[in-house]
Design a protein around this ligand. Structure first.
Ligand SMILES: [Zn+2]
Length: 276
């Protein structure tokens, strides 16, 4: 009956293909996944399969998963897992000897391997998806960085300009003995902020001589025993010694206060003369 007489019937394993009835066969199950945005469809194709029908079924269902399996959030994860699971049964049927002749139906044609079929191109889909996510993350990170930078800018500028440096006095060549003051940290220095010409002040901060870089100038009555200096005039700005020289040549000391912290903004110079 059969043209080939050298068929080895010893490979018969007592398991018969579900599709064609041939033996040997292996009892394996192939799966396919169909993703949709809302619903997912899981398909199973249980064996047993002979070698030919098994490979044909594997290639058919794997090809369908490659095309239909990605469409959905969960499906994009489930689909590659489903396809990986199929590799086990595929390997099992691939190791089977060819189906013996004499089966009820003709074994299926396994056809071309998947690697030679168009659906393989769909494997690029998750790669493209991954690249898109990476691109979005990078763009998002860049956008966040520029936001942070721009929101910081308004805070940095004032903090740079806030501490005004003390005006260091040059040693007076004349009789003037300047009192140097430089409250830079914004600490209010007594009541001198409202002092005007004619007022008398004393430095509440312990000091020796006129030089004090952290004075606490208080306005007191000129008759007060503590009074040290009489204010000849008040100038805006922190011009200090040079400013007083121009406007009040009789000054022998000066006091500047620059306060740029929160609250009142102060920047003035008192030109003063010793009371005693
Ligand atoms: Zn078969």
């Amino acid at each position: 009956m059969q043209p080939q007489q050298h068929v080895d019937y010893s490979t018969a394993n007592g398991v018969y293909c579900r599709v064609c009835g041939a033996t040997p066969a292996a009892d394996v199950t192939f799966r396919a996944h169909q993703g949709l945005i809302i619903i997912m469809r899981f398909r199973r194709a249980p064996g047993p399969y002979c070698r030919n029908c098994g490979l044909a079924t594997f290639r058919k269902m794997q090809g369908e998963s490659l095309v239909q399996g990605w469409w959905g959030y969960a499906s994009s994860i489930i689909n590659p897992i489903t396809m990986l699971i199929n590799l086990g049964p595929r390997s099992t049927v691939d190791k089977l000897p060819p189906p013996l002749p004499g089966s009820q139906y003709q074994p299926l044609d396994p056809g071309k391997p998947l690697t030679q079929r168009a659906p393989m191109l769909m494997l690029l889909l998750p790669v493209i998806g991954l690249l898109s996510i990476v691109a979005l993350v990078v763009i998002g990170a860049t956008a966040k960085t520029s936001n942070t930078a721009s929101s910081y800018t308004p805070f940095t500028v004032p903090s740079i300009t806030m501490p005004s440096m003390p005006s260091m006095p040059t040693k007076p060549s004349g009789p003037a003995k300047p009192t140097t003051t430089a409250p830079t940290t914004g600490a209010t220095t007594g009541d001198a902020g409202s002092a005007k010409a004619g007022d008398c002040v004393w430095n509440a901060h312990p000091h020796t001589g006129d030089d004090d870089n952290n004075p606490d100038m208080q306005v007191v009555a000129c008759t007060d025993s503590r009074a040290e200096k009489k204010i000849l005039g008040r100038l805006s700005g922190d011009g200090g010694e040079s400013a007083c020289q121009g406007s009040y040549p009789n000054f022998d000391s000066y006091f500047t206060e620059t306060y740029t912290g929160t609250g009142s903004w102060k920047n003035y110079t008192l030109c003063m003369q010793d009371l005693h």
